[in-house]
Design a protein around this ligand. Structure first.
Ligand SMILES: Cc1cc2nc3c(=O)[nH]c(=O)nc-3n(C[C@H](O)[C@H](O)[C@H](O)COP(=O)(O)O)c2cc1C
Length: 182
């Protein structure tokens, strides 16, 4: 797919089924993540892959975390099934590397760019995906259950698979509305 077409026509897709990207396709997606802009190449990220039964394990951890942090019964009930909405869920983690020049925000932005790079690499290969957050992104109990450090921050759950329904084309937007000339 031509680069500008991908940039301008990219769409998120929430309706995802098998197959998930795997093998070389998944490797390409992960390589794209590692090409995210990265000040002083600190590589301030980590990616947890949940596929197959791994999605069930992630869902069980989410349900336990929801219960532990006192969320409502409906949220607890829904949590276990959340990772089952796609055949592959990439938990993208900003792994903070204390540094006197590169701050936390810059490092988290790198991890966020990696999420978008993965989504684009997936779409370029005919897959679809959606970047999700919600309460699990901020739940420290879930971070702990996933073995993350206190300083780590989940920056997204990237759901990937094969689109089962095509999203509508992107709405036209006028850049002028968001521009201020200095
Ligand atoms: C950091 C971040 C978190 C997001 N979290 C969610 C989410 O939890 N649920 C959701 O439906 N969309 C979420 N979105 C938005 C979707 O990923 C997507 O961008 C949106 O549905 C618009 O679709 P489009 O990307 O095709 O324009 C999030 C986006 C970002 C950047």
């Amino acid at each position: 797919m031509e680069a500008l077409t991908l940039l301008l026509q990219r769409r998120s897709c929430a309706a995802l089924g098998d197959p998930a990207p795997e093998g070389e396709a998944l490797e390409t997606i992960l390589r794209a993540a590692l090409r995210a802009p990265d000040f002083l190449r600190l590589r301030p990220y980590r990616f947890l892959l949940a596929r197959g039964d791994g999605r069930r394990r992630l869902g069980a951890l989410m349900a336990a975390a929801a219960e532990q942090s006192g969320r409502g019964a409906d949220i607890v009930a829904r949590a276990a099934g959340m990772p089952l909405r796609a055949p592959l869920v990439v938990v993208a983690v900003a792994r903070h590397r204390p540094h006197h020049i590169v701050g936390r925000l810059e490092q988290q932005l790198t991890a966020g760019c990696a999420v978008m790079a993965m989504q684009m690499a997936a779409q370029a290969q005919g897959f679809g995906g959606i970047w999700r957050s919600g309460w699990p992104m901020f739940d420290r109990g879930l971070h702990q259950a996933l073995g993350l450090d206190n300083d780590d921050q989940i920056v997204g759950f990237l759901y990937l698979g094969t689109p089962t329904a095509l999203p509508a084309p992107p709405a036209a937007a006028d850049p002028a509305a968001f521009i201020t000339e200095l």
